[in-house]
Design a protein around this ligand. Structure first.
Ligand code: FES
Length: 361
């Protein structure tokens, strides 16, 4: 590496070194050692082909990703000994991962083998640029473009352009996974309903045991599910569980406020609420027996279960939806119907009316 004084600009004032203050002289740059590709045109051509090959593989892999995305069914599995993988996910990961890898390798090889690697010194000068300086800069820019070998080795520029343009394809194709367009009808069939229905037993989470009022003590909280969740499997089970999860709490009826519209939604101080926070949907069960407050661990939204689940603190804007409950012929706790308002976080199309008043009807 060498001190490239030929790059000094007209009018540049080079700072003088205060030798008393800085007794160690500036060692300058080491001489530049040319690489094989700097002196051997065949080696440079070989490196060009390598870079172009890596960039050229990116469009093929990106298009491969899109083909796999739409052509390979999501229910095909492949076994690797004791491990099992979803074929579609495996191929999507391989195609997109290799596309990014080859784009990176191509860029690194280009920089290491073909771009100019000579270090240069550019001394500080006054902030305002003269016309000479501007012209110098434009000349330097031209030189940088030339040194990148983009003008001489056009195939690198073309393949890089194709690689950058097509690397976006997998991301655009992935937008299809955002789900169906949320029309009013689609929302009513999906996020605005749960599998709770008249007469569905409220059962304990995990064990699916039904329970009666006498099984719950005052101050106790039970994590619960609808009994019909047991009939579902796979992703359908997960989706419905995420919406239908509830908590059942028992409080002293004399210490809580139950509005007239909700008197028949509870059984002697036993109330059932959605377990899904109305802020951004975390499951909640941090229960303060004395205050009747339910705290969400994610962002500390706090709901008063002794007052229809209204928000008393935190970023949530809607009360926790309450599930109307009753007893069946055998004395077990059951749902009277589905929730009267959608559970979970708010979203664009969601009516901003107050659930507490409107949901009771
Ligand atoms: S998800 Fe509950 S407070 Fe944010």
């Amino acid at each position: 590496m060498s001190d490239d004084t030929s790059h000094s600009r007209p009018g540049t004032e080079v700072a003088t070194v205060d030798e008393e203050r800085y007794p160690v002289p500036d060692p300058g740059l080491e001489p530049h050692i040319p690489r094989l590709t700097d002196v051997d045109e065949r080696a440079a051509n070989r490196a060009t082909r390598q870079v172009a090959t890596f960039f050229g593989l990116v469009p093929l892999l990106s298009i491969g990703f899109v083909v796999v995305y739409f052509a390979v069914p999501g229910n095909v599995w492949v076994d690797f000994g004791p491990l099992r993988a979803n074929t579609r996910n495996l191929l999507l990961g391989l195609t997109f991962g290799l596309a990014l890898l080859f784009l990176g390798i191509g860029a690194v090889q280009w920089a290491r083998k073909l771009m100019d690697d000579e270090e240069k010194i550019d001394y500080r000068h006054s902030a305002a640029s003269s016309d000479d300086d501007k012209n110098y800069m434009l000349t330097e820019l031209d030189k940088v473009v030339d040194e990148s070998k983009l003008t001489r080795r056009k195939i690198i520029g073309r393949t890089l352009l194709a690689a950058l343009a097509t690397i976006l394809l997998p991301m655009i194709a992935g937008l299809a996974d955002l789900g169906p367009w949320p029309t009013k009808k689609k929302r009513a069939e999906t996020i605005e309903r749960t599998i709770w229905a008249p007469g569905i037993r409220v059962v304990q989470d995990v064990t699916f045991e039904p329970f009666k009022p006498e099984d719950i003590e005052i101050g106790q909280l039970i994590n619960a599910e609808p009994a019909n969740l047991q009939d579902l499997h796979g992703s359908e089970y997960q989706i419905e569980k995420a919406k239908a999860a509830v908590i059942v709490v028992r409080m002293d009826p004399n210490t809580i406020k139950i509005p007239p519209s909700r008197q028949d939604w509870q059984i002697g101080g036993i109330l059932c609420y959605s377990k899904i926070c109305t802020h951004v949907g975390c499951p909640i069960s941090l229960w303060e027996q004395q205050t009747h407050h339910l705290l969400c661990p994610c962002h500390q939204s706090t709901f008063d279960l002794g007052d229809s689940g209204v928000v008393v603190f935190g970023p949530a804007k809607r009360a926790l939806p309450q599930l109307p409950i009753a007893l069946d012929a055998e004395g077990y706790i059951v749902a009277q119907r589905d929730f009267t308002v959608p559970v979970g976080p708010s979203y664009f199309e969601r009516d901003s009316r107050d659930d507490y008043e409107v949901g009771d009807k």
